[in-house]
Write a protein that binds this ligand. Structure first.
Ligand SMILES: O=C(O)C(=O)C[C@]1(C(=O)O)C=C[C@@H](O)C=C1
Length: 269
């Protein structure tokens, strides 16, 4: 059985390896070029690992959108990794352009600005490192993991170049079904919905249902509905250990045009 993720040396690969410690079954990692490709590959018996949120730059909006688009793929688990970016290449003084994934470029925005480099975005940090390695071009630098520098035999020119300490990214395990070896205590639920009416207090009614049940929300976020400017859908994550999930979802139905359960899943350390 296969678990799909981003290329060798990406932070997503590191997260996938960590998930494998918790999963029951014999899975092999296979690599995709982009988050979109991971969603396309995940089928009946396979799984995927993709990033969903970063502590500096916020949501990975592509993952949010694809969770809605691929309706039969659910979130099956979550874990967070410390992310420490490195400047990778040949000679720091010769660099003119830095290449990386947009999330990584954004997490090092101040560092890049300070050096006055141009930036170029690609599908993953490991692809950036590969481009620098294959080109042999000393004017290029990549931002990526220590593992990717080792894999492509390039030098680490600077370490911990993220703009803020405690940089963390949350990764999700996606698919249809998985069995874990040991299930942790902590469970979360992710939902997405559209409010029925655009009127004062519309979102308040939703939040009230959670407040009255003493349920802790861990994230609330709006994304464009993509139908009209100024219309939104909402993503909410909440803790769910003992409370009756069906009853909670039922209580929200009357305020929404649709509500989709993206997953009820364990949170791993
Ligand atoms: O390109 C990678 O290494 C990834 O795993 C993607 C990704 C992301 O999209 O957030 C993962 C973690 C970091 O936040 C930067 C990039």
């Amino acid at each position: 059985m296969i678990i799909y993720t981003l290329p060798k040396g990406t932070y997503s690969e590191i997260a996938a390896k960590k998930f494998l410690n918790y999963i029951d079954g014999n899975y092999k990692i296979d690599y995709c070029n982009s988050i979109y490709d991971v969603f396309e590959k995940v089928a009946n018996n396979s799984l995927g690992v993709v990033p969903i949120e970063n502590s500096i730059e916020g949501s990975v909006s592509l993952t949010q959108d694809l969770l809605l688009q691929f309706k039969d793929i659910k979130i099956l688990g979550e874990l967070a990794l410390d992310i420490h970016h490195n400047l990778i290449g040949y000679d720091k003084n010769k660099i003119k352009t830095v290449i990386s994934h947009p999330q990584a470029l954004a997490q090092c925005r101040n560092y890049i600005k300070k050096h006055g480099w141009e930036v170029k975005a690609v599908e993953s940090t490991a692809k950036a490192v590969r481009i620098v390695a294959e080109s042999g071009d000393e004017t290029l630098g990549a931002i990526g993991s220590k593992e990717s520098a080792e894999y492509y035999n390039l030098k680490i020119l600077d370490e911990n170049i993220e703009d803020y300490k405690n940089n963390k990214t949350r990764f999700i395990l996606i698919g249809k079904y998985v069995k874990f070896k040991n299930i942790p205590e902590k469970y979360k639920v992710s939902i997405v919905f559209e409010l029925k009416e655009d009127k004062p207090g519309a979102l308040y009614h939703i939040l009230k249902e959670f407040a009255e049940r003493n349920i802790n929300l861990t994230r609330i976020e709006s994304r464009p509905s993509k139908k009209r400017l100024g219309t939104y859908i909402f993503y909410i994550d909440f803790e769910n250990n003992k409370e009756n999930l069906d009853e909670i979802l039922k209580s929200l139905e009357k305020y929404t045009t649709f509500i989709i359960l993206l997953g009820r899943y364990p949170v791993f350390e």
